[in-house]
Structure formats: C-alpha cells, structure tokens
Design a protein around this ligand. Structure first.
Ligand code: SAM
Length: 288
C-alpha cells in the first residue's frame, strides 16, 4: 500500500508490521498499469530514481547495489564453475548486470513476466541495463513458472529467483511445486537463490517455510544470508541459497577474495559474515 502526501513524500506502508518507509520525491516520471502490475517511477531528492510496483518499493539508484550484488555473487561464488545461469524476474536488469561480470559465465537467460519493467529500466535506470547488449545475455518476457516447467532436466548451473513479493504474479514462485521443478532443471552441483524477504519480519514465517520447502523439493543444503537494504520493509533483507548435491554453506573463498570485479558491497568477508546467522534467526529456523 502506498500514498502520495501533499508535501511530496512517497510512502510505502507495511500495515501488517505497523511500520512505513518514506522518500522525499521531486517528480513523478512514469505511471503505467501493465497487464500484470501498476508500475511507477519517481525522481527523489536524495536516492536518485525510485521504481515502485503495486505500491511496493523495488529499487532506487542509490542503494540497489546491495540487493543486486547479494542476489548474484554469493550464488555464483558458491557454485564450483557457473556457466549457464537463469534469472526469473529481475526485469530491471540489475541482477543480470552483476551475473555478466563473471567472465566464466557463458549464457544468462532472464525471464520476466512484464516487459514494461525492462522498458522503464531502459528509460530511467540506464546504469542497470548497461550490460544488456552483452552477447551472453538473453532477455525473454514470459511467466517464469511456465518457463521452468518447459526447461529440460539438469540444464542449468545457477538459478536466480529475483521476484516481487509472494503475492500477485510472483505467488507461484514461492510454492513447493515450483521449487521441485527448479531442482529438476538444475545440474548436479547446481545452486538456486531466491530473494527471501525481511529477516526481522519474516524469519518465523516466509523464510522458514521457504527453507523447509526447498528441502522438501530435494535440495540437500540451504543457507539464508541477511544483508542491509534500507528501502525494503525493516531496512534489512535476505537471500536464501539452496544446493543440489552441493553445500551452500561453503563457497570458493579464494576466487571471491581475488576477483577484480568493481563491487561496492559483496566481498569475501561480507559473504563469510552473512553465513553467520544471528541467534534469533537460528532459533526461528531450529523448528524447521
Ligand atoms: N528487488 C525486488 C524485490 O525484492 O522487491 C525485485 C525486483 S524485480 C523488478 C521483480 C520482478 O519480478 C518484476 O519485474 C516482476 O515483473 C517479476 N515477476 C513477478 N512474477 C513473475 C513471474 N511469475 N515470472 C517472471 N517474472 C515475474
């Protein structure tokens, strides 16, 4: 839920958690009702441009690097040799850009249900789409659930679920059946990663259920990594990794330490630190 107040603040209200987040805006740049969702873009006073889907903040220029680096690099440094990568959702193309920074990646397919999101990124977030012409990148606009259904067995090394919240078009992306199909299309040694909401608000609900469902789907190893994300509910977010015949609690530390990628948040230390869960999260997951 969101509202525009007279003094030009964009506010997203997190009703069920009795909290809200506001950004001072200077201009509304886009307002489109696509076939799937309500898409808005604003210029803000201090966070650059802001993208909103169905009233929920998706990203800002200022802090999207936190989310995009953390949804891409832990998974890519956990896999032993990622060559074939698939992104479900991610229409703003920020995750795609991070994945393409890995020279060993041979092909990345991004499947977002809504072409309007990518069109908006092309107009208002040029830095995020900067790698879209890389010959290794393939952009498709289709339902990710259907795409996964149709994909061949054991054909993917890393599968990234960069979706909106588990309501509306993204609801199917959080179901056990979908996770089973993700497991099916990953090669042995494959790694899946899903954005998994707020550690503070959702450890005992959405995150715990996702971890349970990932195991039910056949993944032998699961790890939730928290990281800061100021513009999302509670200011704190998480990714959850799942491994198919591989341990996602360890990663290629040497490669992560020696990379020459121009990153602003991810580092070998940040990855190690994110794998150490605070006691309240361990407690929430103990009942899995
Ligand atoms: N960083 C964001 C977050 O955690 O709030 C997610 C960003 S990205 C813009 C989310 C994308 O998921 C949207 O572009 C939306 O169109 C896409 N999406 C939602 N459901 C989908 C589905 N079933 N198949 C493919 N893409 C989907």
């Amino acid at each position: 839920m969101s509202e525009l107040r007279d003094d030009q603040w964009f506010t997203e209200v997190f009703d069920s958690h009795g909290s809200a987040f506001s950004l001072k805006i200077t201009e509304k740049l886009l307002d489109v009702q696509s076939d799937y969702q309500h898409l808005e873009v604003y210029a803000t006073e201090t966070y650059g441009n802001l993208m909103v889907l169905d009233g929920c903040v998706m990203l800002t220029d200022r802090d999207n690097f936190l989310y995009h680096e953390m949804i891409a690099h832990p998974a890519l440094f956990t896999h032993q040799d990622p060559k074939r990568v698939v992104i479900i959702g991610g229409g703003d193309c920020g995750t795609l850009k991070e994945v393409l920074r890995h020279p060993g990646v041979e092909k990345v397919t991004q499947i977002d249900i809504d072409a309007e999101v990518t069109k908006a990124a092309e107009r208002f977030f040029p830095a995020l789409v900067a790698s879209n012409n890389d010959p290794r990148a393939e952009l498709l606009f289709a339902d990710g659930v259907k795409w996964v259904d149709d994909a061949p067995d054991e054909s993917i090394d890393v599968l990234i679920i960069d979706s909106t919240d588990p309501v509306g078009p993204a609801e199917g992306l959080f179901k056990t059946d979908f996770l089973k199909r993700c497991h099916r299309i990953l090669k042995s040694g494959g790694v899946m990663v899903q954005q998994s909401e707020s550690p503070l608000y959702h450890s005992g609900s959405i995150i715990r259920e996702l971890r349970h469902d990932m195991r039910e789907a056949g993944f032998n190893s699961v790890a939730t990594l928290p990281f800061p994300q100021p513009v999302y509910p509670s200011g704190w977010w998480s990714i959850t990794l799942a491994g198919k015949a591989t341990d996602v609690n360890t990663f290629r530390e040497q490669a992560a330490a020696n990379h020459a990628l121009p990153l602003e948040y991810y580092s070998v230390e940040a990855h190690r630190g994110a794998l150490v869960l605070p006691p309240f999260m361990r407690k929430a997951f103990a009942a899995e």
